[in-house]
Every structure is written in structure tokens, then in C-alpha cells.
Design a protein. Structure first.
Length: 240
């Protein structure tokens, strides 16, 4: 029996699945990943590395450069959910999938219909004033010239976790609970090298760990099934 058929059988017989996703699930929607040859981190921005630009300290020291990069490389408002997003949203509707834990900030899981989504790194669709806390939508950010500011005069910051920042403790706790208590964990489109998010896999105590990623990950030896293929191809085979 091949891995696709094994995965089909696991999904058919399971009612306690959690999905853990990284950038790879959104690549078919036109959003680049970070670490591949054509990913965001391979693209130069002057003489400043992307990792430096999307850091907490750089945001406050150079908000103009931060927003120039952020608007160009991290916001994809026209991106639509793909087959994989819809497939897993349907599993939730069927009562098979308990939650989605994602490293992505693109909101595509929710747009596909997923309800129980834990965004470890926040979302580009939420933004708040660093002075008074007032929230602003994505359009306000896109329509602002250079650095978006609040009515009170404060700088508006995207509600995304930058380098040097901690994950939201409430979101992290809920995500850990879901992973620790599910029977099947399906991991899609992540290199599992970014901590603390990647470390969440260690809390899984269930029966089946499934890794679907184009490249190998540090956790492959722990998995019941490893599929190194494009997620859309995998989903199309699962639906047949």
C-alpha cells in the first residue's frame, strides 16, 4: 500500500486530526515561501537582509524601510485559497479535523472556511496603534503613504510576530493543547526549522504523524508517513 492510500485510510477512520501548516501550503496561491531558492529570503533588499528588516528593532528604528519591504513582499491581498485550503476546511466541516495551527499570516485558511484556526505568527489583516491600541484593517495599511499612523499620532504596527518578538502566549497555549490531544497530526508545507513554532511537533502524543513537504525535515524520522511532493498533487490524489 502506498503512502497516499495509507493517508486516505487514516483520514477516513479518524475524527481527531490537527493540521499544522507553513508557507508551502500557500505557495500554490501565489505567495512565495521563505527558504527555497526563489523564496523571500533569497531576495535582496538593498544591502539589508529580509530577516533584519522584519525584526522588532528594525520596525521601530526604520519604519519607513520596514513598510516599503512589508507592503511589497509580505502582503498578497489578491491571493485566494487553493485546493489544499479547501480540502482541510471540508475535513473540519465533516467533524474530522479539530483545528488548524498555522505559521502563515495570509488568512487563507479562514477564507477557505476553516473556523478553528490558531495563527502562531499573527495576520496581515490585523494592525494596531502602538500608542493607543486602536485596530486598523489591511486596506488602511495599503492606502497609507509610507508609514501608517493612527488618529492619535501613534505608529501602526501589523499584528504579526516579528523577529525578536515572542509568540502570543494564549494562542501558543491553545495550539499546544490541540496538538497534544489529537490522534493524527498532519504537517504541511513547513521546513520545521523555525522555533519555537517547529518545537510544537514534540508535544504530539497521538497515533499518526504525517509530514507533507517538498523537502526533507528534521522530524522525518519521527513520522509514520512522509510525502515529499506538492501539496496540491497530494490533495488531488486524496480526493480521487
Amino acid at each position: 500500500m502506498d503512502n497516499i492510500q495509507k493517508l486516505k485510510d487514516i483520514i477516513t477512520n479518524s475524527d481527531s486530526i490537527v493540521l499544522f501548516t507553513g508557507a508551502g501550503i500557500s505557495v500554490p496561491s501565489g505567495i512565495p515561501d521563505f527558504r527555497s531558492a526563489s523564496g523571500l529570503y533569497s531576495q535582496s533588499f538593498g544591502n539589508i537582509s529580509p530577516e533584519e528588516i522584519i525584526s522588532h528593532s528594525f520596525f521601530y528604528q526604520n519604519p519607513k524601510i520596514f513598510y516599503k519591504y512589508y507592503k511589497t513582499h509580505l502582503i498578497y491581498k489578491d491571493a485566494k485559497p487553493n485546493k489544499a485550503h479547501f480540502y482541510f476546511a471540508e475535513l473540519e466541516k465533516q467533524g474530522k479535523l479539530n483545528a488548524v495551527v498555522t505559521q502563515n499570516i495570509d488568512n487563507l485558511h479562514q477564507l477557505a472556511g476553516s473556523k478553528n484556526v490558531y495563527e502562531l505568527h499573527g495576520s496581515v489583516y490585523r494592525n494596531y496603534c502602538t500608542k493607543c491600541g486602536k485596530f486598523y484593517d489591511l486596506n488602511y495599511i495599503l492606502e497609507s503613504i509610507e508609514v501608517p499612523t493612527c488618529q492619535c499620532g501613534g505608529i501602526i504596527k501589523p499584528d504579526v510576530v516579528l523577529y525578536e518578538e515572542a509568540l502570543d502566549s494564549d494562542i501558543l497555549e491553545k495550539a499546544l493543547f490541540e496538538i497534544a490531544n489529537c490522534k493524527c497530526l498532519i504537517v504541511v508545507g513547513t521546513s520545521l526549522t523555525v522555533y519555537p513554532a517547529a518545537g510544537l511537533i514534540r508535544y504530539f502524543k497521538g497515533d499518526n504523524l504525517i509530514l507533507i513537504n517538498k523537502q526533507a525535515t528534521p522530524y522525518d524520522s519521527y513520522a509514520n508517513i512522509v510525502i515529499n511532493d506538492d501539496i496540491i498533487k497530494v490533495v488531488e490524489q486524496l480526493e480521487n
